[in-house]
Design a protein around this ligand. Structure first.
Ligand code: ACM
Length: 639
């Protein structure tokens, strides 16, 4: 036995995960998110050419079986789906049981030489078990094209028991700043469910576009869904010129929303709709300017600078009033119409009302706001915002839905039944839980996947950075809070700088893998080095599925400090182990024959740039990074 195990381990160490081919033995089990328990045994099970999937008499499970069948057939096996409750030799049995030992949404997957059995109490558990099963197949199962040769799929002998840690495992997609088609949203869902996410939060409205048809307010999509077209860096783009055509945009009709909701539901994904008010509302105000406290001409923003973030802890302010006026009854009549239709379209129990980043500088000057404060005895603008949020909650509750909002809804007093989505760190979530409210954690520090994932010298520019390793440290339950109030968490993809779905994928993967593991796997099962190895295997699967991902974990981390007023010190490191960093200061391209970084570098006199690249096993693996000395001096604080 011992010898066999040693041999197995040696085989594991020397077999390259990259060279696996469909039909070859898939020795390394590499599942993301890490299951609760995996017991792997010696040996493998080869699926027969004619595969039988047995399903119970349950429409949802039959649909899951069809999905599994479609994937298996990418390598041209024959698959038959049969109704039944017991296995036949070498079949795949999907079975609904009443096993009290399997927690909600959990499953038990057993692969023996006799066949595959997947047990769960609900169809959702079967669905998650199938996602795990698919990850046990070699990466060709992810392929979107049919392979020509008949193939024998080989699976490891294993027993996997699994269930989620949290019930809210989300990704947010901002479809306002850039619009994504129904087909693109469906594809995003296809990718997220492979990693057992069960919630897609659609940020449907913002200053840059209103993306959902509201039949009783047609201008929201006639006007609010369209803007002048600009390409470049968000916040620096030029304003519309007089009479310029608004050609960029789009929106989802009721029928399209129903289609997305159904598609998601068939994959056990809830859609959380967000209507972001009272701030971030320029698209609504451009459509209905009477909703503003500040009379004026409004336009849907193409990404121009109309808000100022002064930094240094000072509050931001608007150059344009992008808020819906809390002092006007017609604002609440408008929102009643919006939430009536939103509530009818989305079956999920929550509606998100935004509530974040409300600029107050126009409210300060508004006579109507002053009158409201007097009438309602509101002491400050936080209380004005809280008055607004509480009225919105009443509207949302009256439609039979619960309200959730960004953590600013705590300011001035939380609405009585509201759930809080904590984004400015975890503190809003901690405070809300202390007050007995439900919480979803999505802190910028760990879960903002619009941030750069590597060095600014190579990543498309965004104002902050979140590396995979940091995202992997996401722990949704802070010390000392009532854990039962933490419903889970999500990663947020804001799309100011995301112009297309390929880039949305690049920003999402692999960081969403880290978030998936934080939300599904037991806390004590998490291990960065092990995860990083699994991520690399999944890069192969993402390639097979033609999904773009960021290779930033292969690029070095720069830490630049100043030794004295003229000298910088450059420290280089890597996020993952086993890479060597090679560099040059002489403007030529470094390769593995160039010096390997081993200790902090000092810039040679007159050098213009540092160039670096990482290697593994004598092969380039990172991207070539060109770092101008002037940029490093700036980072070190040297003029
Ligand atoms: C947010 O990032 N403004 C919620």
């Amino acid at each position: 036995m011992k010898k066999v195990h040693l041999l197995t381990i040696i085989t594991f160490l020397f077999s390259s995960v990259y060279s696996q081919k469909a039909g070859h033995k898939n020795e390394i089990i590499s599942i993301i998110p890490q299951p609760v328990s995996i017991i792997q045994e010696k040996g493998s099970f080869t699926l027969p050419y004619n595969i039988v999937i047995i399903t119970p008499k349950n429409e949802e499970v039959k649909r899951i079986a069809q999905h599994l069948s479609r994937q298996i057939k990418t390598v041209t096996n024959q698959v038959t789906i049969k109704e039944g409750t017991s296995a036949i030799p070498r079949s795949i049995l999907l079975s609904l049981t009443g096993n009290k030992k399997i927690p909600k949404d959990g499953y038990q997957l057993k692969i023996t030489t006799a066949g595959i059995t997947l047990l769960a109490n609900e169809p959702s558990g079967i669905f998650y078990g199938v996602q795990t099963l698919l990850q046990l197949f070699s990466k060709e199962i992810e392929s979107t094209v049919i392979h020509q040769k008949p193939n024998a799929w080989v699976l490891p002998i294993a027993t996997i028991k699994d269930h989620p840690r949290f019930g809210w495992r989300g990704l947010m997609l901002d479809v306002s700043r850039h619009f994504f088609t129904v087909a693109e949203v469906k594809n995003y869902i296809d990718q997220m469910v492979k990693y057992k996410f069960n919630l897609l939060h659609l940020h449907l409205t913002d200053d840059q576009g209103w993306r959902i048809q509201i039949k009783s307010l047609p201008k929201l999509t006639e006007v609010g869904a369209w803007r002048v077209e600009r390409t470049g860096t968000f916040g620096t783009l030029s304003k519309p010129t007089p009479g310029e055509a608004t050609t960029y945009g789009g929106f989802y009709t009721h029928e399209e929303i129903k289609e997305i909701v159904k598609y998601a539901g068939d994959r056990f994904v809830n859609i959380l709709p967000e209507i972001d008010v009272p701030g971030h509302s320029l698209a609504a105000i451009a459509s209905y300017p009477e909703l503003s406290c500040t009379p004026g001409e409004y336009y849907v923003s193409p990404g121009d600078r109309f808000m100022i973030w002064p930094g240094g802890g000072q509050h931001f302010y608007g150059l344009l009033d992008n808020t819906i006026c809390p002092a006007l009854e017609k604002s609440f009549e408008f929102l009643d119409r919006v939430f009536t239709e939103v509530a009818q379209l989305f079956p999920f129990e929550y509606i998100h009302m935004g509530g974040d980043e409300t600029a107050r500088n126009f409210w300060e000057k508004s006579e109507q706001i002053k009158a409201l404060m007097q009438k309602e005895n509101l002491k400050n603008l936080d209380e004005v915002q809280s008055y607004f949020v509480k009225r919105v909650e009443k509207i949302i509750n009256s439609k039979g839905k619960k309200m959730i909002g960004w953590d600013e809804i705590l300011d001035g007093g939380l609405a009585p039944n509201a759930a809080v989505m904590s984004w400015r760190g975890m503190k809003g979530g901690i405070e809300a839980a202390k007050q007995g409210h439900e919480v979803v954690m999505s802190p910028t520090d760990f879960a903002y996947i619009d941030y750069m994932q590597g060095d600014a010298s190579i990543e498309p520019p965004v104002y902050s950075t979140l590396r995979l390793k940091k995202a992997y440290q996401f722990e949704p339950v802070p010390e000392g809070v009532n854990a039962s109030l933490i419903k889970g968490g999500q990663a947020n993809l804001w799309t100011e700088q995301v112009y297309n779905m390929r880039h949305a994928q690049y920003m999402t993967w692999p960081r969403a893998l880290a978030i998936a593991e934080a939300l599904w796997s037991p806390k004590d099962k998490k291990n960065w080095n092990d995860f990083a190895t699994r991520v690399e295997t999944h890069f192969g699967r993402l390639n097979a599925a033609q999904v773009k991902y960021a290779p930033s974990i292969y690029d070095p981390i720069f830490e630049i400090t100043k030794k004295d007023s003229a000298t910088i010190i450059i420290k280089l490191s890597t996020e993952i182990e086993g890479l060597s960093i090679h560099y040059s200061f002489d403007n030529s391209f470094p390769d593995n024959y160039y010096p390997a970084y081993s200790s902090p570098l000092i810039v040679p006199k007159d050098a213009a740039a540092l160039k670096v690249i990482t290697y593994r096993d004598n092969k380039p693996i990172g991207r070539l990074i060109v770092m101008p000395i002037a940029e490093m001096r700036k980072r070190a604080g040297i003029k």
